[in-house]
Design a binder for this molecule. Structure first.
Ligand code: ADP
Length: 259
């Protein structure tokens, strides 16, 4: 888009990022960060050089998912992202704070300024795909963050509950307002497979995601189950060791859409 091009022009000369994908949600706690990190792991496994920009400044959870406790260092050209065990480059406010458990209580302009800095002052090198873990919701903060990054495509994460409450529709409409293509929707916590009987249960009721995708002329990229193994990997900082491949098909769709 035009916006994306002009933003790219102001890009740090030491950085290079080919495709920027924003992961958004209508509200917090739906698994946006889990989906962001799992997507990054999936693309990295496909041999793409992958980065994550953690723009969820007040609730940063990306470093924890990758078991990163160190702080980012800088050199004369900028801030050097921290690289995970399998080679994913990360930047998050948690990598800069003296004490990562300190709450970030900044107002919107400071948050946006920080995200801009994560783009401009961080040395991103030859990244094929950058995933941006966006601030949740459809308020001032996600909106201004949106406008400050050269986003090529948007993925909307939602849980089945939101799909009946119009929260996801607000997120889809916000994405449409930005004039950036919506690559598709991911329904998280879509179902649960009983480990004993193998039966699939729709814990949060019948899914409506297909209807919503159709209504907004987009597609469903994936339906992720409630998976305690995945949650454990993410919560213990071992997301890179998760063996599932829930997002493999989605990755193909995303690559195709952005080619
Ligand atoms: P958000 O980024 O939207 O606030 P998170 O990704 O931090 O949400 O997820 C919130 C919590 O729910 C985390 O503890 C995460 O491990 C858990 N969770 C998210 N998705 C799933 C899932 N599909 N199965 C099991 N637990 C999940």
């Amino acid at each position: 888009s035009k916006n994306s091009e002009s933003l790219r022009e102001s890009l740090n000369q030491y950085s290079s990022v080919k495709k920027v994908i924003a992961v958004v949600s209508g509200k917090g706690g739906v698994g946006k960060s889990l989906v962001t990190s799992t997507l990054a792991v999936t693309f990295n496994r496909l041999g793409k050089k992958t980065a994550i920009l953690d723009a969820d400044i007040t609730g940063p959870s990306i470093p924890k998912a990758f078991g990163i406790n160190e702080r980012a260092k800088g050199n004369e050209y900028g801030i050097i992202p921290v690289t995970t065990e399998t080679g994913i480059d990360l930047m998050s406010v948690n990598l800069l704070l003296e004490n990562p458990t300190d709450p970030v209580v900044w107002r919107a302009p400071v948050i946006t300024g920080t995200v801009k800095q994560f783009w401009r002052d961080v040395i991103w090198e030859n990244e094929d795909y950058m995933f941006v873990d966006m601030p949740p919701g459809t308020g001032d903060v996600p909106l201004t963050v949106f406008q400050s990054l050269p986003i090529d495509g948007i993925i909307v994460v939602a849980s089945p509950q939101e799909l009946v409450s119009m929260i996801v529709e607000k997120a889809v409409k916000m994405a449409n307002m930005m004039n950036v293509p919506i690559l598709g929707l991911v329904e998280n916590m879509s179902y649960f497979v009983c480990p004993d009987c193998g039966k699939k249960h729709n814990i949060f009721g019948e899914s409506h995601i297909d209807e919503i995708a159709e209504r907004y002329n987009t597609k469903v990229l994936a339906k992720l189950p409630i998976d305690s193994d995945l949650a454990k990997c993410v919560d213990d900082g071992r997301v890179e060791l998760f063996e599932g491949n829930y997002l493999d098909d989605a990755a193909q769709e995303i690559e195709k859409a952005l080619a």
